[in-house]
Design a protein around this ligand. Structure first.
Ligand code: MRU
Length: 346
């Protein structure tokens, strides 16, 4: 593994899936074992594993675990016997389309009626995992190519090795730009309320020797006003066919601030994050998580007793605010002219 890419979040053991428990980072490095599809679905729902590509990869391994259990229970009709497990995986989280993309890919393997279904399913899950890492490395090159030497960059949420099969999407571009031409500064939003930036991105970059400075969520426009950031680089949970992009709550506000300050805005996502069946951002389901994630910090209530909360955890950035979408298949800048559709059909 290259020196600035040492973190991994998923480890397939052949008979179970190990997940680095991201709820406990950075204080503790603890791995959680998933021995069943239900364990895997719960781990996705509870954010032991998070980040769109990593969710898809975990779900793919979850299907292998579901198939193994179904074959042991009902060898004659194991595909039907998996239905409840597959439904549980499918309902784990609603916004990241990689979950549904991976489950559909695994279902195609089941439907192809392979001679050795378990081996075929395991090979498909491993391929989803390995392809994601390769896609991230490719996107790293393509995205870094667009960033001038000595640029200041700001990222949001965690889009790194922890959120993917490895290397990362937006963080992969930052990794490549940092180790290639060099960057003047890497800023990371703390990313409220779950603090993916403060807890995960900072931990991952520090572990890989890439200097990072955290900013409070609301500090980004000031940073831009002071000319300290040239590119905002973010990941995606779902890219609609017109280029509208769902990502961690706060991304839309960053894109608006970029427009006001002439800062470039880059989305980095593998083609598995593009949803060709979704025509525009208004059709992307936005996950709302429990108010406690806002009202409490760990085991301590920080909000006034009696206050309620609304906790949407994603927002949609309209394509017209995005300068470039970087995928492993190439980059899109022409959203109005059907660039995303051309990329996926091409
Ligand atoms: O709620 P999370 O932590 O799963 O949200 C993750 C994000 O929004 C990421 O930016 C996105 O999944 C891209 S990860 C490569």
């Amino acid at each position: 593994m290259p020196r600035n890419d040492t973190v991994r979040a998923l480890d397939w053991q052949g008979d179970h899936l190990k997940l680095l428990d991201q709820r406990r980072l950075p204080a503790e490095t603890v791995w959680l074992d998933c021995h069943s599809a239900a364990d895997t679905a719960d781990a996705i729902r509870d954010m032991v594993v998070r980040g769109a590509p990593a969710i898809g990869i975990a779900a793919a391994y979850g299907v292998v675990l579901a198939a193994r259990a179904a074959m042991a229970r009902r060898p004659a009709d194991w595909p039907a016997a998996m239905a409840a497990d597959l439904a549980r995986l499918r309902s784990a989280r609603p916004t990241a389309v990689n979950l549904f993309w991976a489950l559909d890919r695994m279902q195609q393997v089941v439907d192809s009626d392979p001679a050795d279904p378990l081996a075929a399913l395991e090979a498909a899950a491993v391929a989803i995992h390995e392809d994601d890492l390769a896609a991230n490395r490719r996107m790293g090159e393509l995205g870094a190519h667009l960033i001038p030497a000595g640029a200041g960059v700001l990222t949001h949420c965690n889009t790194g090795s922890l959120a993917t099969g490895g290397y990362g999407t937006a963080l992969g571009v930052i990794r490549s730009a940092w180790s290639g031409k060099g960057l003047s500064a890497v800023y990371a939003d703390e990313t409220r309320p779950w603090l993916q930036g403060a807890r995960l991105t900072a931990w991952e970059l520090v572990a890989d020797g890439i200097p990072v400075r955290l900013i409070a969520e609301g500090a980004a426009p000031l940073l831009m006003q002071r000319g300290r950031v040239d590119w905002v680089i973010v990941g995606a949970d779902r890219v609609a066919a017109n280029g509208d992009t769902a990502n961690k709550i706060g991304t839309y506000a960053l894109a608006l601030a970029c427009k006001a300050h002439g800062v470039k805005f880059m989305v980095v996502a593998p083609s598995s994050t593009i949803d060709p069946d979704c025509p525009g951002g208004d059709r992307i389901p936005i996950e709302e998580r429990p108010p406690e994630e806002l009202l409490w910090l760990g085991d301590r209530r920080v909000a006034a007793e009696g206050a309620g909360a609304w906790n949407p955890v994603f927002d949609v950035t309209p394509a017209e605010l995005i300068d470039v979408l970087v995928t492993e298949r190439g980059v899109v800048t022409d959203f109005g002219g059907g660039g995303v559709r051309a990329l996926i059909n091409g």
